[in-house]
Design a protein around this ligand. Sequence first.
Ligand SMILES: [Zn+2]
Length: 319
Amino acid sequence: MHRCMKMEIFDLHADIGMDVLSKKLKGEQDILKTYHLDKLAQGRVLGVGMACFFEGHENWQVAQAMVNALKAELEMNQDRLHFYKGGSLLKDRLNAMITIEGMCFIEDEPEAHLDWLYGQGARIGSLCWNDENALATGVKGNPLRGLSDLGKRAIQHMNKLNMIIDVSHTNEKSFWDVLATSSKPVIATHSNTRQLSNVDRNLTDQQIKALIQKGGLIGLVAARWFVSKDESIQTAHQLALHAAHIKDLGGMDHLAIGFDYMDFLEGNFGRASMASDLQDASQSQNLIQALRNVGFSEEEIKKVAWGNVESFLDKHLSA
Ligand SMILES: [Zn+2]
């Protein structure tokens, strides 16, 4: 009956903050309008976590420049988007959040740095990308090293601010340290299951169960190697099977989406990094159809695509 209807989607993770700064430094303007807003609308993506992404070498000046550049673009496009910092999501335009991926730029006084990020509107953040930094250890860092004392202070302060903690890139030791330290639910904005693709960026069943138990979210990611190690099945269908596995583990109310589209990035990233039928935001409905094809009901798909994130944000950012 509703098979052709597009469904509203909240995408928890797209590296748009990074894209805004890098294009701005090349002299471009109006980057959201030129590169992003139409594609998101075509895929009926009505919510997006715009990530300011830091690989491990960036300093505080760079971090501030990226957040400021993204914030300026968000404020400039208020006619087409809602710069979301909490409260209710709107349904008549894009809800755009500032998120922080990696905090290598914090080497002391995490509270003061986090206060500034929060003040600019950032509402989701991860302490590390794949790197090892003063706060935490990412998947490419020393497996025996987890959170530092400074990192624990950062988690406690994020709890105090109501800034949502993202563990998508942490190594296993940091993951468990974050869960033990945080008094609030924790999310993985863009990670799949190791059961279906055994890579370090994906989550073990034990990790998935722990996120569920703590009331968190798990965002399905369309980066092709996280979908499958078999190149012939790097598709939306295979990604939907990750969703089915998380559902089997009790995660129906904890499933979300964090596509991590890279079509707009240069260098090592790009369209070639994505599942074959999820290459940019305009193709996002392919995952909705794939979820139908693997047996999710319309009500369940609404939860994955939008409802679970909406409830989570309502609960944790409305205060
Ligand atoms: Zn990432």
